[in-house]
Write a protein that binds this ligand. Structure first.
Ligand SMILES: [Zn+2]
Length: 335
């Protein structure tokens, strides 16, 4: 499988490490068989996907970041089973988990937390519009200017610029095809889906990553899709406006660790087991502790940001989020 991972500069949706595939490369992606009829797709870019094949149809968790990517996902799924996709569960309102909705069959029943529609309107659609109307046009124009001013059109530099231009232009085109559809089923705290001989338990554990983050439990498989309550190997996105709260987040992780899952499908990063709940909780508790100590010593927020070294946390991806994490924790300590 070939991945375009180098020399591409793409302005990301939410994650700063995104792999971009051509359609034919995406078609080669193999789902991971987690347990019996439960699968995960982890390498489409954006958030991780789970799907469960039953005699009555297929249940999918999360929608990817573009309709075209979701269409690739659907064809990957239908290679495993040609049963119809009946349910689409959305873990939360971030674009890399919901912007692919329009790539699913029109008659799929969408399930999500009751806050998701409002959050999409307030945050995700506004962000997408800004990308489509401002960020991408100016970024593409700057790439074009750089290409035009590169004399040697056969140079590596030019080719890298051209590749970056093409990838970003493709994403820019895709942005205009994003179309939200309101979930048919919403819930407040808990929802149980009984379908095709399976029971799936959906739960809103309180605000951690967002105020609409749900977890999706597959009891027969001892498995869980956590949405973005887990960023495996990356600095988590902690956005206060979206309801994020690190203290509540840690409590949720402690509870999930005690539930002894064998298989954990994180919102981002590699598939894991229950130890990942400990790892993610320890990241926050260690960072909270460090910020607290430095704040007690009288350091300003900026001084604290300079003092805490990300290298202590063994996380390399989405490092740009690290100072933001510190700022959120600092502010939470003040409040
Ligand atoms: Zn998210």
């Amino acid at each position: 499988m070939r991945k375009i991972t180098t020399i591409i500069t793409i302005i990301i949706i939410l994650l700063s490490t995104m792999t971009v595939y051509t359609q034919s490369q995406a078609q080669e992606i193999q789902p991971v068989n987690i347990s019996d009829n439960l699968y995960a797709v982890t390498d489409l870019g954006g958030g991780n996907i789970a799907f469960l094949v039953t005699d009555e149809g297929i249940i999918v968790v999360d929608a990817t970041y573009l309709p075209s990517v979701a269409r690739n996902l659907v064809s990957i799924i239908q290679k495993v089973s040609d049963k119809p996709i009946k349910y689409l569960i959305l873990t939360h309102s971030h674009g890399d988990h919901i912007n692919g909705i329009a790539g699913f069959p029109d008659d799929v029943t969408i399930i999500a937390h009751k806050n998701l529609t409002a959050n999409n309107m307030t945050f995700t659609e506004a962000r997408t519009a800004n990308l489509a109307e401002n960020v991408f046009p100016s970024y593409l124009a700057s790439l074009k200017t750089q290409m035009d001013s590169t004399a040697d059109k056969n140079s590596e530099e030019y080719q890298a610029l051209e590749q970056s231009y093409n990838v970003n232009n493709e994403y820019f085109t895709g942005l205009k095809t994003i179309k939200f559809r309101e979930p048919e089923i919403t819930f407040d705290d808990n929802y149980e889906l009984e379908f095709g001989g399976e029971k799936i338990i959906l739960k809103y554990p309180g605000a951690g990553h967002t105020n609409d983050n749900i977890i999706v439990k597959f009891p027969r498989h001892n498995a869980i899709h956590t949405g973005d309550l887990i960023f495996n190997g990356a600095v988590p996105y902690v956005i206060v406006e979206h309801g994020a709260n690190t203290h509540s987040w840690v409590k949720i992780l402690d509870q999930l660790y005690s539930e002894n899952y064998e298989y954990v499908i994180p919102g981002h990063g590699e598939l894991a087991n229950k130890e990942i709940f400990k790892v993610q909780a320890e990241y926050f508790t260690k960072l909270i502790h460090k910020v607290q100590i430095l704040k007690n010593e009288g350091l300003s927020l900026e001084e604290i940001k300079n003092k805490i070294d990300i290298a202590e946390f063994n996380l390399t991806r989405s490092a740009d989020q690290f100072p933001i994490n510190i700022e959120v924790i600092y502010t939470e300590l003040v409040n």
